[in-house]
Design a protein around this ligand. Structure first.
Ligand SMILES: Cc1cc2nc3c(=O)[nH]c(=O)nc-3n(C[C@H](O)[C@H](O)[C@H](O)COP(=O)(O)O)c2cc1C
Length: 191
């Protein structure tokens, strides 16, 4: 099962990279998983302005950068999106990256790791709705990093992730169950 961990912030001093590295390590420990960190900085995309909705483009994109993004996303069987919360929503770079594609996301599970005042909960709830429209399967579990843990991680405390461990275990159990189930179903469909 190929799992991509997508970093949802491209700010130079972003927090996102820290929990992304951590959840990457956690998911990599699971049997049968090949995990990869995906940095949106490495996939600079234009603001979405295509004449045709990606849902009707069947994976054929005129823009080279979008084609490259499409090929990368298409490789995965499941996704973990690490999301900031900006003004009670998620980042615009993440929305742009999601909107550019369609079939590459479709029929695959996605789980979210969020952080902020309420653990990124408001951003994650919005992301779940967007994921449904991309025909993804957003899972119920999520990892919410609240202020105290956020600060401990930022300060490089060695045991900072300890309070998140049991949630992360249940989160990954769910994500991998859905990944296995949907991968099998897609293979049966020949897709
Ligand atoms: C434009 C902007 C808006 C923000 N709005 C929120 C918010 O609504 N809720 C929240 O919990 N944190 C908010 N924050 C604080 C972020 O949680 C914090 O800056 C975090 O580090 C952002 O993620 P990043 O560093 O990975 O980009 C905001 C930060 C920025 C830059």
């Amino acid at each position: 099962m190929k799992i991509q961990v997508i970093i949802g912030s491209i700010r130079p001093n972003r927090f996102a990279e820290k929990p992304a590295q951590w959840i990457l390590q956690e998911v990599s420990k699971r049997e049968g998983v090949e995990a990869e960190l995906i940095d949106l900085k490495d996939y600079p995309l234009p603001f979405f302005a295509e004449p045709t909705p990606p849902a009707r483009m069947n994976g054929n994109y005129p823009n080279e950068a979008v084609t490259r993004w499409s090929r990368k996303v298409a490789e995965a069987d499941g996704y973990i999106i690490v999301s900031p919360e900006y003004n009670h929503g998620y980042s615009s770079v993440l929305k742009n990256a999601l909107d550019h594609l369609y079939k590459e996301w479709s029929r695959k599970p996605v789980g979210f790791v969020g952080y902020g005042g309420v653990g990124g909960a408001r951003a994650i709830e919005q992301l779940r709705l967007v994921a449904l429209e991309l025909e993804m399967a957003p899972i119920r579990g999520a990892v919410h990093i609240q202020a105290d843990v956020f600060t401990a991680i930022n300060n490089g405390k060695p045991d900072a992730y300890e309070p998140l461990k049991s949630t992360a275990t249940r989160f990954l159990d769910q994500l991998l169950w859905w990944t296995r189930a949907l991968k099998t179903a897609r293979e049966q469909d020949g897709k």
